[in-house]
Design a protein around this ligand. Sequence first.
Ligand code: FES
Ligand code: FES
Length: 153
Amino acid sequence: MIVELTVNGEPRVATVPGSVSLLTVLRDELALPGSKNACEQGECGSCSVLFDGELVCACLVMAADCDGSDVVTVEGIGTDEHLHPVQQAMLDAGAVQCGFCTPGFVVAAARLIETNPTPDAGDIREALAGNVCRCTGYGAILRALESLAKGAS
Ligand code: FES
Ligand code: FES
């Protein structure tokens, strides 16, 4: 099937079996490898993207449901020259180790900050509950977002 969608503000077209996931469309067809493929079961959050404004696991969205949708991936959040505040906060806090989970955390945290610029610790934990990190123990990630929220309040 042909899927026409908007990704990071640009119209894109992919020709794929309807049974593959949005994650496969992004990584294998549209050359956007930022969303990571780990569990493919909606358990780890490494493939987090915004789908029509909602935070979703791209591995759980079927390509057949993507036609006409608006998708934002980590590649659409910040640039090399101008990091998103979430990216800068995570960098400053040393919240990145192997980095595999980082794109998913960035997308989820950017969505949180967009909807709630001054989240408290509970809001942050709840917003990131679907994201798994095997390296950091979460402390630095949570501190990064707490410092970002304090700076905004
Ligand atoms: S790869 Fe999608 S949630 Fe783990
Ligand atoms: S930094 Fe390695 S999994 Fe999170």
